[in-house]
Design a binder for this molecule. Structure first.
Ligand code: CA
Length: 394
């Protein structure tokens, strides 16, 4: 899983214990994307109906892609075709994947440069101390919980089917889709080829620029492959400023690898099909270490001894590698007894100036961190799903 740290994601990560390793299944958490589109891309100038000609910045006129949805963001009609790196990309797609050169030239002729996406990829200013409670309060709140109950009720059958097929409980899927996009409310409005072409060929100057450009270039290729496979206009795919698509905010490469046509209509549509989103999230988790045999909570509240012998255990990465006796020997205790044949990790949730919370987590917690490399993220997924489940039972 590649990672990058866009500005607002990095601000979100400033709260996170995993520091600069911000990444996710779809690479950017929707909470950052949502603010991004409001803050940076909200300059509503060019509106178009599918198939109509639209004016961009009053002087330029381009033709909107016939199948594309309404575009309500501003974007430069850059001449991507004149860029050497774009020509090389086109030749590569022709040689390696058998695309028509003229088709790709037409695509890049219509692609827009999205300056706000570039701005959001610039390094974040020094962050505030990480604060789990502050992060939690943004996501575990009544509006999102109520939306979670509604989504759960409307999709109870698909959630049960996913649980039976993949062994991922409804509350985890409900948690992820809620944290990502509030159940499809904030899926992103950028045409995916616009943002990915921009980031693949005009990424800002950052220390990891080369690897990020390579990542977005490969995601642009994945977008074209996915669109061809499903006979879609690539411009009809809409996503976040980083190209993450649909209710679960999958990057195109992850749609290809882990997307599931769970409603069996012949398309993987993560934007309009809740069923496809549900099946795809479950499939992603099971392919990233979710263990259906670990029933019950993936996390256990822990106490740590004052001697701090447990401190090195915090450096074991995003994986469950510790036996219960290793945790006990290092001074980590849990109120619930841990099944002894399984492995765990020690998780710290920092709270700014307040006391840090400690948790012991199993494989399933770490599977959620593969979706988005953040303890705060995984914990809020668990809590939102749990809160929606509790509210639903009332
Ligand atoms: Ca489908």
């Amino acid at each position: 899983m590649k990672s990058f740290v866009p500005l607002l994601a990095a601000l979100a990560m400033a709260f996170s214990p995993i520091g600069s390793a911000a990444a996710s299944a779809k690479d950017v958490p929707a909470h950052s994307k949502t603010k991004a589109s409001k803050a940076k891309a909200g300059k509503t100038k060019a509106k178009a109906k599918p198939g109509k000609r639209i004016a961009i910045k009053s002087t330029r006129v381009i033709k909107a892609a016939p199948a594309a949805a309404v575009i309500d963001y501003d974007g430069e009609h850059s001449n991507f075709l004149e860029w050497q790196a774009v020509r090389e990309f086109i030749e590569e797609m022709v040689a390696q994947h058998g695309f028509e050169r003229s088709e790709l030239e037409s695509l890049f002729g219509q692609a827009r440069f999205i300056d706000s996406a570039v701005q959001l990829m610039k390094p974040a200013p020094p962050g505030k101390p990480k604060n789990w409670q502050a992060y939690r309060d943004r996501f575990i709140e009544p509006i999102r919980i109520r939306a979670g109950v509604r989504f759960w009720n409307e999709n109870a059958q698909a959630l049960a089917r996913a649980e039976a097929a993949y062994g991922v409980p409804a509350e985890i899927i409900v948690g992820i889709i809620g944290i990502e996009t509030i159940y499809g409310r904030d899926t992103g409005k950028f045409r995916v080829p616009d943002t990915l072409a921009t980031l693949a060929f005009a990424y800002p100057e950052t220390p990891n620029r080369a690897s990020r450009m390579a990542f977005f270039r490969s995601e642009l290729a994945n977008t074209l492959l996915f669109a061809r496979e499903h006979k879609l206009d690539p411009f009809s795919l809409l996503g976040s400023f980083a190209g993450a698509v649909g209710m679960p905010q999958f990057m195109p490469g992850n749609i290809l690898k882990f997307g599931v046509d769970f409603d069996k209509d012949g398309q993987i549509d993560l934007r309009n099909s809740s069923e496809d989103a549900i099946g795809s999230v479950a499939n992603f988790l099971i392919q990233h270490g979710w263990n259906p045999e670990h029933r019950g909570s993936p996390v256990f509240a822990a106490d740590v001894s004052p001697n701090q012998a447990w401190e090195p255990l915090l450096e074991r990465g995003l994986a469950a590698t510790l036996r219960p006796e290793e945790l006990r020997a290092a001074g980590v205790t849990t109120a619930t007894s841990l099944p002894s044949e399984r492995l765990y990790g020690l998780v710290d949730l920092q709270n700014g100036a307040e006391a840090t919370e400690y948790w012991v987590a199993n494989d399933n917690f770490f599977a959620i961190t593969k979706y988005n490399r953040s303890y705060f993220y995984a914990m809020s997924v668990i809590e939102l799903g749990r809160a929606a489940g509790a509210a639903r039972a009332e």
